[in-house]
Design a protein around this ligand. Structure first.
Ligand SMILES: [Mg+2]
Length: 221
């Protein structure tokens, strides 16, 4: 990539840095198929993305230590940190933006986020075994607030572009589509890749973050 142009890396978390969505992990491990009813209602347009996740997460009733241990067992693409390290050394801001919540992201990669100076924009989550994982959106006056997902990923991309950055965006799902539409370069997998193909949004298929790291370094993929 052109070294004269300032670049920022923005990535979704669930299903992009981690293998799958957190609500899928917890429903498989703890809640069962019926707990996904709010998700089906979201898919049918009857609930917002935020409401669906909030309901699923609030139904968890697990001892906190067991829950945190479970979170730490989730598989992530550790090559994301190679990309983040390259960005840190080259003054490229790295953002993780998530329509999930900070509780499990902090629990899983909080140490690395601090180490590599990664900024997290996500809904806030508090876990109490008697109340589940309680999720709250950013305040409505936040520049990154979105009424459907809580966090507007597109607003983060726009904010960086207005600050003069070329934005490389990585994602996998429907809440990533608006951000992918305006990002300068897109790496997509799963539903986002299909949406990009259908909507004519230029996107590379995201295989892992080594590929993104090569791209940021200007190396051939
Ligand atoms: Mg995702």
């Amino acid at each position: 990539m052109d070294k004269e142009i300032k670049t920022a890396l923005v990535s979704d978390f669930d299903g992009t840095i981690s293998d799958d969505d957190f609500f899928n992990y917890v429903s498989r491990q703890y809640l069962g198929e019926q707990a996904l009813a709010p998700w089906r209602e979201y898919m049918a347009g009857e609930k917002t993305h935020f409401e669906a996740l909030r309901e699923i997460f609030a139904s968890l009733r697990i001892d906190r230590t067991a829950f945190d241990d479970f979170i730490r067992s989730i598989k992530i693409d550790r090559s994301f940190f190679a990309a983040a390290d390259f960005c840190r050394q080259n003054n490229m801001p790295v953002y993780i933006c998530s329509a999930g919540c900070d509780y499990y992201i902090e629990c899983l990669i909080g140490r690395e986020m601090k180490e590599y100076g990664i900024r997290l924009v996500a809904n806030h989550g508090v876990y109490k075994p008697e109340q589940g994982l309680l999720m709250t959106p950013p305040p409505a006056e936040s520049p990154f607030f979105d009424p459907n997902t809580g966090v507007s990923k597109a607003a983060i991309v726009r904010y960086l572009q207005q600050a003069g950055y070329r934005v490389v965006y990585c994602g996998d799902g429907m809440p990533d589509v608006a951000a992918a539409r305006i990002a300068d370069d897109v790496f997509a997998r799963k539903m986002l890749l299909l949406q990009c193909r259908q909507l004519g949004i230029a996107a590379r298929e995201l295989k892992d973050f080594n590929q993104v790291c090569h791209f940021l370094k200007g190396e051939r993929e």
